[in-house]
Design a protein around this ligand. Structure first.
Ligand code: NAD
Length: 519
């Protein structure tokens, strides 16, 4: 069952595959266009979450290796920042076609390292691919503005110029999509990058680097280091790194936002969430329940946009037994198994934490309507599986509500009106996403106006915007002021420069110095 995926050094012509059974490969670094062995003695075991077998080892990059990555990115920036917009566009066109061609292999690696089902893993790659596709429009995305004759013979122009070396730090739950939120946008704007993928599943990032190499993007433009806190601190403090993109938990995100900003860097930080799904009694029951179940338990709840809290308004509470029936029917299994709806959690520790949070809900008085804690998957008895679990009559003070569970657990509550539902949502510190299920336009409009959440779905459970828009989580779910991808992404990775210029044919010069502020 263990098939490890490794990069062959300097390979050409598609993804080089080296399947090893028995031996455990060590992941490489990607520095200056080469896959290199780390000299590090500190290795992190990477387990298949469905079996807990060690499938690869991730080296914690040494200070010299991290320095080499930044240095390669700094050197590459000199040429890459001067490349034409058409060159960068061509590279993106090539990259998107390579990702499409290798989508299934990328997905297989994601299922192996992260655990999600194959079909879900393909979605992970697809949503990242859409960002690359959007980057192919850089010829219009990076346009500046011009205004001529702002004064006599005077014109105003603006440009969007690259920043320099940028860094990306990514979480485990979307091993392809989130790196693809970062490096294509940074690179297409003329920047270079050092990426530090999650140490729990960096395989997809490494495969993307093979494709990047094949796309014609020059050596050194993107580099990959591995590690944990030391690598993060190195990025936050390095004087040659201009900007940091982070996606992950609150604890790491706030720390990186503060430490990076203190060092004068631009930082965008997408963090945790608690997303509410509001079910109105006038909703299309079939649609609402299916959407809610899919969004609560899909990817074993390990999505920052999972609908992890259900708010039943008025008589919609009558539908709870049907919700439980649908949740019970979901198949929990290893991700490549036919019919699997959800796979394992990322680690035994993550499973332990989820079980503790469920127990805390029971201890604090919530009603356990569906208990997936004792689930065992045949043939995968050592995997980190938890079945769909539903806690009802949850109160906002309970720990299972105040904490992001990040597992296949739906907490649910009842309220009488949409206003009460909005009040619950607005009192929650997070603002990543929310959804309402209703057939009433006025209710939907009120909800979209009054819910203080950055991404709202109306009869859409996971409202993650496509890349012509940006990912706009708000309040406790975001730090920074330019969002990921879309216009926000272009703004983040560029400096707006304005030029005020005067050119006169008759060369009439001023007769004396003007000390008043020019108008
Ligand atoms: P994580 O914070 O544990 O890890 C993210 C990255 O930060 C990793 O590269 C890791 O090595 C590093 N890191 C971890 N702890 C650190 C620390 N204390 N100091 C410095 N660096 C640290 O997150 P995760 O468990 O990999 O991902 C799950 C979290 O990410 C959830 O909270 C989820 O909501 C969030 N997430 C948010 C979004 C979003 O767009 N808002 C998207 C995906 C995931």
């Amino acid at each position: 069952r263990v098939i490890a995926f490794r990069q062959a050094v300097g390979s050409h012509g598609g993804l080089a595959r080296l399947y090893a059974t028995g031996s455990v490969p060590t992941q490489k670094l990607f520095i200056n266009g080469k896959f290199v062995e780390s000299k590090s003695k500190k290795l992190i075991d990477l387990h298949n979450p469905a079996t807990n077998e060690v499938i690869s080892r991730i080296p914690e990059s040494t200070p010299d290796e991290m320095e080499a990555a930044v240095s390669a990115a700094k050197t590459a920036f000199q040429q890459w920042s001067q490349s034409t917009v058409l060159t960068r566009q061509q590279c993106m066109l090539k990259l998107q076609s390579l990702i499409k061609d290798n989508l299934k292999d990328l997905a297989k690696n994601i299922t192996l390292e992260q655990g999600k089902t194959l079909v879900d893993a393909e979605g992970d790659v697809m949503r990242g691919l859409q960002v690359v596709e959007h980057c192919c429009s850089i010829t219009s995305l990076q346009l500046g503005d011009t205004m001529h004759n702002v004064s006599k013979d005077m014109d105003l122009l603006s440009f969007r110029t690259p920043l320099g070396v940028c860094a990306g730090i990514t979480p485990f739950n979307f091993p392809a999509m989130i790196p693809l939120w970062m490096f294509p946008v940074a690179v297409v704007c003329g920047n270079t990058m050092v990426l530090k993928p999650s140490e729990r599943d960096p395989g997809a990032t490494m495969m993307l680097m093979e494709l990047l190499k094949e796309s014609g993007i020059p050596d050194g433009v993107v580099n990959v280091i591995h590690g944990r806190h030391d690598a993060v601190n190195f990025i936050c403090d390095h004087p040659d790194i201009q900007a940091i993109s982070f996606v992950g938990s609150d604890q790491a995100g706030q720390y990186i936002y503060e430490r990076g900003s203190k060092g004068g860097k631009r930082v965008q930080s997408n963090m945790g969430a608690k997303n509410h799904g509001v079910i109105m009694p006038d909703a299309n029951k079939e649609n609402a329940l299916n959407q809610l179940v899919g969004a609560a338990f899909g990817a074993a709840g390990q999505r920052c946009m999972a609908l992890s809290t259900a708010v039943f308004v008025g008589e919609s509470k009558q539908w709870i037994p049907e919700l439980i029936e649908r949740a019970k029917k979901l198949k929990v299994n290893e991700g490549t198994q036919p019919g699997a709806d959800l796979g394992p959690l990322i680690s035994p520790q993550a499973k332990e934490r989820v079980l503790e949070l469920v127990q805390s809900g029971v201890d604090e008085g919530a009603e356990l309507l569906l208990d997936g804690r004792d689930l065992v998957v045949q043939g995968y008895e050592k995997g980190n599986f938890v079945g769909p679990t539903v806690l009802h009559h949850v109160k906002p003070s309970m720990k299972c509500y105040t904490e992001e569970i990040f597992g296949p657990v739906l907490v649910s509550m009842e309220v009488d009106t949409v206003e009460e539902a909005i009040e619950v949502i607005n009192k929650n510190p997070y603002g990543n996403g929310t959804a309402i299920f209703t057939t009433n336009g006025a209710t939907a409009r009120k909800f979209t106006m009054d819910a203080d959440v950055g991404q709202i779905g109306v009869n859409v459970p996971i409202p993650v915007p496509l890349p012509m828009f940006s990912f706009t989580g708000s309040r406790g779910s975001f730090r920074g002021d330019s969002n990921f991808y879309g216009k926000g992404g272009i703004n983040f990775y560029t400096q707006l420069k304005t030029v005020t210029q005067m050119w006169r044919e008759d060369d009439v010069t001023s007769t004396k110095p003007a000390t008043a502020f020019p108008v």
